[in-house]
Design a protein around this ligand. Sequence first.
Ligand SMILES: [Zn+2]
Length: 138
Amino acid sequence: MMKQKVRIGDRLEFNDYESWLEEVKKRGADLLLEEHGATTYPNFIYASSEGKQRLQGNWSPTSGKGYVYEFLISFNTSRRKFLETRVAQKKGWVFKSSDGKKEYEVVQNEDSLKCTCPGFTFRGHCKHITKVSENLTN
Ligand SMILES: [Zn+2]
């Protein structure tokens, strides 16, 4: 069987969409952009973050191959048409910040939980994680 993940320099090559998606999610991609040209099928699916400014990886439905970059690369979206899908974190929980202006997401990576809120970033723990772990053990 072909290996699902191969490292080529500073990028990883995937030949399975699910594994590709899992990897870009794990690395924080929050938006999938399907670029549509003349055909019905998307030419490429891009995984972006930081408000479409950065590219985490791309998937080619035509070749059945995808790449995930070790370092985010800048992404030029001007004059291009995309169909946008917010990345649905499979094992994720979304919380609104207390002022309701932001969303934080708790994601399960293998055995550990991670949250995108400032509390978790600085202290390594937060109320969102507590809430999710309580629900998981119930
Ligand atoms: Zn949190």
